[in-house]
Design a protein around this ligand. Structure first.
Ligand code: SAM
Ligand code: SF4
Length: 326
């Protein structure tokens, strides 16, 4: 289904929980957090109903995210239920990977196709500094478990944050010389919530690219520099893998946006960086049926804003990234 600006909306991101086992500096504070009570999270059955309605309005790609989606005890059941819905062509997950050594095989058997794993540094101390409570060994074990379970092609996500993990950009890019993975650099976005990150910690994709080229040589655009999903993708000479830049701040891709996000507490958010939401949980829990959910999706698609206003200094203050799911 097309929105009011002619964009085909077909990609739904579901935040399964706002809880996390890590506290990345730009995402969650160490203290003072409150979480959605368990009873207010959508159940596996409710998520299934939402996705059944979504496919009826044309969604065909679903990503599970969070918080940390693998913290849901019923994550394998959720995958199994969503994977069998006709019309869900791609079911994928974004995770920090820590629990993958325990559940990657089960997730794959339940129908998950691939994972994006978040790792901000390849250096033990560096990783602990930016992904507080993080451990490089656990992240690496998660990546290996995902590969072994066939949750491929592997994509690694990193947010380069000045004074925290600047040097990780080149380390991560170098990995593509020997691994067939895609390393994706996501620009830091401003969100509400008491994180210790300030505007000065933002690093643009162009700056990250210049650091990589200075050390490792020129980056050659793939797909003529056009967007592949939300990333502009490049490759180093002779590399097995690729490098993607996701630049919502310096080079917004709102004109090509095809997605909506369901928050952990069941609100459908029309734009990551704009505050508007529609309450699916209330519809589900007040006796709403499939047709009501379809109608709510249709309303949401018509109400999707043309884009965000980060360039004018405006950002959404009603949610943190961990509640929305990135
Ligand atoms: N816990 C999982 C993970 O870390 O991949 C899934 C949820 S996390 C919110 C999804 C993605 O959002 C991660 O790649 C993370 O780096 C990114 N992220 C979190 N806060 C961000 C921010 N303020 N700006 C840009 N990306 C952010
Ligand atoms: Fe957790 Fe992901 Fe947020 Fe890091 S970015 S604190 S891993 S939800």
């Amino acid at each position: 289904m097309k929105d009011g600006f002619g964009r085909e909306i077909n990609y739904l991101r579901l935040s399964l929980t706002d809880r996390c086992n890590l506290r990345c500096v730009y995402c969650m504070p160490m203290q003072g957090l409150t979480f959605v009570p368990g009873a207010e999270l959508l159940t596996a059955e409710e998520l299934e109903k939402v996705v059944c309605a979504a496919v009826d309005v044309g969604f065909n790609k679903v990503r599970l995210t969070g918080g940390e989606p693998t913290l849901r005890q019923d994550v394998v059941d959720i995958v199994r239920r969503l994977a069998r819905i006709e019309g869900v062509d791609q079911l994928v997950m974004t995770t920090n990977g820590y629990r993958l050594p325990y559940i990657a095989q089960d997730l794959a058997a339940a129908g998950l196709k691939r994972v994006n794993i978040h790792v901000d540094s390849l250096n033990k101390d560096g990783l602990a500094k930016i992904m507080r409570l993080g451990s490089f060994d656990k992240a690496w074990a998660g990546i290996e478990a995902a590969e072994k379970a066939g949750l491929t092609p592997i994509k690694l996500n990193a947010v380069i944050t000045r004074d925290y993990n600047d040097s990780a950009a080149v380390e991560l890019a170098r990995l593509t010389l020997e691994k067939s993975w895609q390393i994706r650099f996501i620009e830091l976005m401003p969100f509400a919530g008491p994180t210790e990150i300030q505007l000065e910690n933002y690093v643009s994709s162009d700056e990250v690219k210049s650091w990589i080229e200075a050390e490792l040589g020129p980056l050659f655009p793939i797909n003529e520099g056009k967007l592949d999903g939300e990333a502009r993708v490049y490759r180093l000479a002779g590399s097995l893998g690729t490098i993607g830049f996701i630049s919502p701040v310096s080079n917004p891709y709102c004109d090509d946006c095809n997605r909506m996000r369901l928050t952990a507490d069941g609100r459908l958010r029309m734009c990551l960086l704009t505050e508007g939401e529609l309450d699916f949980r209330q519809t589900l829990r007040s006796g709403g049926n499939h047709r009501d959910l379809v109608a709510l999706f249709e309303r949401a698609i018509q109400a999707k804003p043309v884009g965000h206003s980060l360039r004018s200094g405006l950002f959404a203050e009603n949610r943190t990234m961990s509640q929305i799911g990135g």
